[in-house]
Structure formats: structure tokens, C-alpha cells
Ligand binder design. Structure first.
Ligand code: URA
Length: 209
């Protein structure tokens, strides 16, 4: 699949192995998610457009290239996506941020939206939707639909762990998006948790269980 990139760098593998460990506590879990997000962003941002700028060095004038970071929008899917927000923002500090709150109905496993606040989006915005666990793909497809409804067009997804089922659901409905993930795991279980996965990312970030 051309639109799926597993960024399987040794440093990412190392950090992810610690995150998967059930004994890793929330402080370390948050720090590692932030560090992996930095590494994922480095890859996912590779094709961001740049504009030429004039720069005066101490010796002479030259040209440089800069990312139009005000035209980058990050959309964390609440709540676990918040764990990736600061990582992206630290590399693209002037990006806009749109928030989308979605939970998974435990019966139907469908995405249910409870909060939405987007900045104005235009076709030339580069949009990064972030959610550590790409499981069924329903929340992600909902997020993509909302971003497109608001005028967004160039969409990149960043996740920590993806399930093959979720990747298929997202790319079937949205062949135009690109997915960057640190790992592609085996499968979903009957409750739509990723196996082997790392459990509930939101609970592990914020110690809600
Ligand atoms: N969300 C999580 O936090 N973990 C999973 O395994 C699947 C969805």
C-alpha cells in the first residue's frame, strides 16, 4: 500500500517496546509518545511545501526555504490524540490546531462526536490528523470527513500503532490520504482493541483506569 508508511526506525522500535510494556507508567508513556511523535513528524512532514526567502547572513545575502507553518493544521482526536499534539507543535510551532472529540460507542463501535472546533481551513492547508491508535478506522474516517467538510484537502494521518483493519477502512474510503505509523500490528480483538497493541492509550496517558 503506497499510502501507508511504517516508520520502523530502531529508535522508534526501542521506545515503542517500552510503551507497550504494561508496567510503564504515565509519565514515561507520555514522554515516549512525545519523542516518537517527533520522529514520525520528521518523516510525515518531508513533503511539506516550502517558500523561498531572502536571508542576510553575516557575510552576504542568500536564499533559504521556509515552511509556511501557518498553513499547517494539526487535528488531535480527543483525547488520546492530545498526547501527540505537543510533539508536532514543537517542530511546527506556528501551526493551527483543530480539536475533534470522538468516542467509540461500545455497542456499535461507531464514532460518536462530542466536540469540534476547527480553524478556517483552505485547500492549501497541510493537515495532520493525530491519534495514537488507528483501530477500527471509524473515528479517523469521521475526522477526515469533518476536515474535508471544513475545506481541508491535503490530509496526512499520524498514529503510533495501526491495525490492518483500520488502515483498510481508512484507505478504502479515503484513497487520497497518507498514513504514517510507528507500527502495523496484527489485528483487532472483539472489543476493537489492537493486538498486541498497548492497551487503552488514553487511559495510559492520563491514568483513568
Ligand atoms: N484505542 C486504544 O486506546 N487502544 C486500542 O487498542 C484501540 C483503540
Amino acid at each position: 500500500m503506497n499510502n501507508l508508511q511504517v516508520v520502523d526506525h530502531p529508535l522508534i522500535k526501542h521506545k515503542l517496546a517500552i510503551m507497550r510494556n504494561k508496567d510503564t507508567g504515565p509519565k514515561e508513556f507520555r514522554e515516549l509518545l512525545n519523542e516518537i511523535t517527533l520522529l514520525l513528524t520528521y518523516e510525515a512532514a518531508r513533503n511539506l511545501p516550502t517558500v523561498e526567502v531572502e536571508v542576510e547572513t553575516p557575510l552576504e545575502n542568500t536564499k533559504g526555504e521556509m515552511v509556511e507553518d501557518k498553513k499547517v493544521t494539526i487535528v488531535p482526536i480527543l483525547r488520546a490524540g492530545l498526547g501527540m499534539l505537543e510533539g508536532v507543535l514543537s517542530l511546527v510551532p506556528n501551526a493551527c490546531v483543530g480539536f475533534l472529540g470522538v468516542f467509540r460507542d461500545p455497542e456499535t463501535l461507531n464514532a460518536v462526536e462530542y466536540y469540534e472546533k476547527f480553524p478556517p481551513l483552505t485547500e492549501d492547508h497541510q493537515i495532520f490528523i493525530v491519534d495514537p491508535m488507528l483501530a477500527t478506522g471509524h473515528s479517523m474516517n469521521h475526522a477526515i470527513k469533518e476536515v474535508k467538510k471544513h475545506g481541508g484537502n491535503n490530509i496526512t494521518i499520524m498514529s503510533l500503532i495501526a491495525a490492518p483493519e483500520g488502515v483498510e477502512v481508512v484507505l478504502d474510503e479515503n484513497p487520497d490520504v497518507k498514513i504514517f505509523t510507528a507500527a502495523l500490528d496484527r489485528q483487532l480483538n472483539e472489543k476493537a482493541y489492537i493486538l498486541p497493541g498497548l492497551g487503552d492509550a488514553g487511559d495510559r496517558l492520563y491514568r483513568t483506569k
